[in-house]
Design a protein around this ligand. Structure first.
Ligand code: SAH
Length: 256
């Protein structure tokens, strides 16, 4: 089992509670920890590490994709778990600290208006956990982009999407889904809400204020996921491309 976190603050409560030990890294600057979970299963945790120059976490898609690819190649996990924080939507009834499990993964900032490439740009990966898996957490479309903030047009599209689907917005999961899909390794993505995209406050202030609280809910949710995970469950996670969702998002971007 391989757990991937973008931010050290998101991972620390989990690393501490399980007493995981730091290991030599398979790729500078990622940090690697290993040990056993509550059931005694071996697990490896990776965080994307700290930027040498700016001293902040290496968030966003580039490091997430490389971390997933290097982690899968090095540790050969039977399942990848991506745990992190995300922006929720009041329109979907999301609350700060609420935890969601991703079942569909798209990009909202990869627009490539050339036939074929436009669909590719949205991505569209589906990893469906069984309905009874952590049933206290809602299932959501995770939309990934390389910005914490949002352009007016992206906001319009995501607000429309949020009328028909439960949506959460963050900066890594779809990049990880893309690598897991290519490697045919099942993915479980668990996201705790730090801020509300359609709330009154700006994401960065709300994010900083709620990061600790959300990281705490996240740790509880990851513990729940680990208790449920068995080989039987992992085999039930189906992988597919979700062209229908890609088409919905492309149609929303086409509207002005
Ligand atoms: N100022 C913060 C910035 C972290 S970037 C800091 O350095 O402490 C935000 C991280 O939280 C990313 O890993 C992203 O996946 C997640 N995230 C939380 N809320 C988000 C939102 N509304 N939009 C995009 N990413 C969000």
């Amino acid at each position: 089992m391989l757990l991937l976190y973008a931010m050290q603050a998101e991972a620390d409560p989990f690393i501490e509670v399980l007493g995981l030990e730091r290991r030599e890294s398979c790729w500078h600057p990622f940090r690697v920890y290993s040990g056993r979970d509550y059931e005694g299963h071996e697990l490896t945790v990776m965080t994307s590490g700290i930027d040498e120059f700016y001293s902040v976490d290496n968030v966003a898609t580039q490091n997430a994709a490389v971390m997933a690819a290097m982690g899968i190649k090095t540790y050969q996990p039977h399942v990848v778990i991506n745990a992190g924080t995300a922006g929720g939507f009041k329109a979907c009834g999301a609350k700060i600290g609420e935890v969601f499990i991703g079942n569909n993964f798209v990009y909202h900032d990869r627009r490539i208006p050339i036939p074929g490439f436009s669909s590719f740009g949205i991505g569209g990966f589906q990893f469906s956990p069984p309905a009874e898996f952590c049933s206290e957490f809602r299932k959501a479309v995770i939309t990934t982009g390389n910005s914490l903030d949002i352009t007016a047009n992206e906001r319009r599209v995501l607000m429309e999407l949020a009328k028909g689907y439960v949506v959460v917005k963050e900066m890594e999961a779809t990049a990880i889904a893309e690598m897991c899909f290519q490697a045919r390794v099942p993915l479980i993505a668990i996201k705790a809400i730090t801020d509300l995209v359609d709330g009154e406050r700006c994401s960065q202030d709300e994010f900083m204020q709620n990061l600790q609280l959300a990281s705490h809910s996240l740790q509880g949710a990851v513990a729940c996921a680990l208790r449920h995970i068995s080989n039987g469950l992992v085999r039930q996670i189906t992988q597919a491309r979700n062209h229908w969702l890609v088409d919905v998002i492309l149609a929303l971007f086409a509207e002005k």
